[in-house]
Ligand binder design. Structure first.
Ligand code: SF4
Length: 445
């Protein structure tokens, strides 16, 4: 037999928009099996939905919170007053949580934290972190959908539409659920991570009752507090990116940036209509490395774009050499149906595009080999992905899963050390060997 349902009291103040918010929260509470209590005394916790429009509404809301605290003691505050700075916490420091308006998910989060719902095997078919297709120790965190750019070789915006950023409170909640479920590495993804929040004018959301701006740098700070590896993908080199580099130097984010440069020649970048194409990328990378010398830069490029001259292709090779791009993928340009770049003049024959791609990869391999060799003899932190009879397959902070290299750890002779080789563990490895893409090493203290 199931235990009695936990009971939530509800006070709803304010305008019809606030009323709709209340209805949504009540619907969710009921859908999850909570009961609604008609009195303060009969409730295990009270939600107060406030108004903050004019002074009298603020006073009425603060009074209602005070009454709920006096009569019940366990109070979650939501609504417009919650978005007005710290007024609620300053007046009533004992409230359990504060959110802004339209925040059903955050309110439910606070309710779950302070009045957990008993587990019901008949309805709880999905774990809180959702169903994941990745191994349990790493997971992708999608922060937005779509893209506001119109790169001429790409048809993503026509398929997925303009940028739509996810609510930052929801993103953080998902990240916390992942960490609670055992994830050790979060990979932040989108079409354009640095543009996170542009569509909502960097709206202030809420996480744990605290205001948090819908902005990449603010999200990075919050994710950096979770105590797991956080890796940023698809970051365009806008000036705002400079803000996250110090977090990498402090160890809050992985010292890793996946920046899809696509090319280095200004004319080709313009033909591609790339975002941030006017930035001085070489200088930017050098400045980033001055702040965070451990930084690994990964990128993708296109060789043989329509009209690309020999000299322009050479400029691309010179760029990856000068910038010492650690990891790179290169595609030979291939016309995608519906892409505007197909109409550009000067299409190159397929064999030429392929030859340039191969040439690019040769140069890149040389750079990668040299940079990995410099790590031999050093000790590095790695995350173990798999264990087999030869030892373990792991990744360093410079290796994203699937796309970058591996660190192969030899099977330790000492029994005490063998136990450390477990999937999902982060261990120190002394690097003993390298090739063009991977490292080899043994466990270190
Ligand atoms: S390639 Fe350009 S248009 Fe396509 S998703 Fe990336 S930034 Fe947007």
């Amino acid at each position: 037999m199931k235990g009695a349902a936990p009971k939530v009291g509800f006070v709803s103040l304010g305008c019809p928009k606030a009323l709709v918010d209340s209805e949504q929260i009540l619907t969710q509470l009921r859908a999850e099996g909570y009961a609604v209590a008609p009195t303060y005394q009969g409730a295990d916790l009270v939600v107060v939905n406030t108004c903050g429009f004019i002074d009298s509404a603020v006073a009425e809301s603060l009074d209602a919170i005070g009454e709920a605290l006096a009569e019940n003691g366990r109070v979650v505050v939501t609504g417009c007053l919650g978005a007005k700075g710290d007024i609620v916490r300053q007046t009533h420091p004992k409230v359990l949580a504060v959110t802004g308006p339209h925040a059903t998910a955050e309110v439910m989060d606070a309710v779950h934290a302070h009045l957990p719902k008993p587990h019901d095997p008949f309805t709880d078919l999905v774990p809180p972190q959702g169903v994941k297709l990745t191994p349990t120790h790493y997971a992708y965190l999608k922060i937005s959908e779509g893209c506001n750019h119109r790169c001429t070789f790409c048809i993503i915006p026509s398929m997925r539409g303009d940028l739509v950023s996810r609510d930052i409170g929801q993103v953080m909640r998902e990240a916390e659920n992942l960490v609670r479920a055992g994830v050790r590495e979060i990979l932040v993804i989108s079409q354009d991570t640095s543009a996170y929040g542009v569509d909502v004018k960097y709206r202030t959301g809420f996480h744990d009752g605290r205001p948090l701006k819908t902005r990449m740098a603010d999200l990075a700070v919050a994710l950096g507090e979770l105590g797991v590896w956080v890796r940023l993908h698809y970051v365009y080199p806008y000036p705002s990116v400079d803000e996250v580099i110090p977090l990498m130097a402090e160890g809050k984010l992985l010292p890793y940036l996946d920046v899809p440069f696509q090319h280095a020649n200004p004319r080709i970048l313009k033909l591609m209509q790339r975002p941030a194409s006017g930035e001085k990328n070489l200088e930017r990378i050098e400045a980033w490395r001055r702040v965070c010398p451990e930084l690994t830069v990964r990128s993708t490029f296109i060789a043989g774009f329509p009209g690309e001259t020999e000299a322009e292709f050479q400029e691309l090779l010179d760029f990856i050499e000068a910038a010492q791009i650690d990891r790179a993928g290169c595609f030979a340009y291939s016309p995608v149906e519906g892409a505007r770049a197909n109409d550009l003049e000067g299409a190159l024959p397929e064999h030429e595009r392929e030859a340039r791609r191969a040439e690019f990869m040769k140069v890149q391999e040389r750079i990668s080999r040299r940079r990995l060799k410099a790590r031999v003899g050093r000790t590095t932190k790695v995350l173990i992905d798999a264990v087999n009879q030869d030892g373990a397959v792991a990744r360093s902070t410079g290796d994203a899963p699937e796309i970058d290299g591996n660190v192969f750890i030899e099977w330790p002779a000492r029994k005490a050390e063998q136990g450390k080789l477990k999937v999902g563990e982060i261990v120190n490895v002394k690097v003993t060997g390298s090739d063009a893409h991977d490292l080899w090493g043994r466990l270190a203290a």
